[in-house]
Ligand binder design. Structure first.
Ligand code: FE2
Length: 282
């Protein structure tokens, strides 16, 4: 049977992708950021996941403001790289796992999560920057991906509680897929950042580090955070953190912390990164 072996959380700041594509990883500005992912790059080489269920948000690349699904699942075989205004990033297209994705879509919808099924979609920095951070610049991605796109762009986004429960449902769905697959679930976005308005540039290190603590030690506390608290404490874009809760919900009640990293700033964003392992049953 398929099994979830690990969860990864990471910010997906677009400037990180540009730094990789332009070969600036070793510059004074970027080197400390990329150093925080060195452990994870070695770790994932050894883990060799077959599939990543990658939770991210589209930034008006595949979906315009005309159609905004709250939760969408990609069931395609291949995802081209979106042109976000400067041409598509020079990276390989993302290969899907249509069988697992269709199984997840069926399982989640019958489990009362009304997923929008996407059969054709370009993927933007929300999905590709995390792949680049963990896998570098390969000719082909060494893993297949099931994209789960979450609306955190247009009010109202889903609650953290709803996201956590979707993660739990993803956990049940993966566990009922008959093929023997090593599956990871990734939650991306965050941490505190605000891109516009009078508080543009807001970063809240105290809240972010508390959030990182609670992802491991007390996720039930995170499930209750209302939208207004995200807005107040993490700025207008910090709501992306609800996507981390989908990953956390998929891992089960208890996790072991394998790696933790926090860095300020990348562009105008606080970057957080966790690698978690579901704690084996005693
Ligand atoms: Fe984002």
């Amino acid at each position: 049977m398929a099994r979830i072996t690990a969860g990864v959380a990471t910010s997906h700041v677009p400037a990180i992708g540009a730094a990789i594509d332009l070969g600036k990883q070793d510059s004074d500005y970027w080197a400390p950021l990329f150093a925080g992912y060195d452990w994870s790059k070695e770790w994932i080489k050894a883990e060799r996941p077959d599939v990543i269920v990658l939770v991210y948000n589209d930034h008006a690349s595949a979906f315009s403001l005309e159609i905004i699904p709250t939760f969408a699942i990609g069931c395609a075989d291949l995802y081209p790289i979106a042109d976000e205004g400067f041409g598509p990033r020079p990276i390989p297209p993302v290969v899907g796992h249509a069988d697992l994705a269709c199984h997840l879509a069926q399982s989640l919808i019958l489990d009362e999560f009304d997923m929008t099924v996407i059969n054709q979609m370009a993927v933007d920095h929300g999905l590709t920057v995390p792949l680049s951070l963990l896998f570098g610049q390969p000719d082909e991605w060494p893993v297949r991906v099931v994209p789960i796109a979450v609306n955190v762009i247009q009010y109202p986004p889903p609650t953290g509680e709803r996201c956590f429960k979707l993660g739990q449902a993803i956990g049940r769905a993966v566990a009922s897929f008959p093929e023997d697959l090593n599956v990871q679930v990734w939650g991306t976005g965050g941490m505190s950042h605000q891109l516009q308005g009078r508080r543009a540039g807001l970063i809240n290190q105290e809240f972010d580090n508390s959030f990182l603590d609670r992802m491991t030690e007390n996720p039930d506390d995170l499930r209750k955070i209302p939208h207004i608290e995200y807005l107040r404490e993490t700025g207008s874009e910090g709501i992306e953190l609800v996507m981390w809760l989908i990953m956390r919900g998929a891992l089960g009640d208890h996790v072991d912390l394998l790696h933790r990293f926090y860095h300020v700033p990348a562009s105008n964003t606080a970057v957080g990164h966790l690698v978690l392992r579901p704690t084996p049953a005693p």
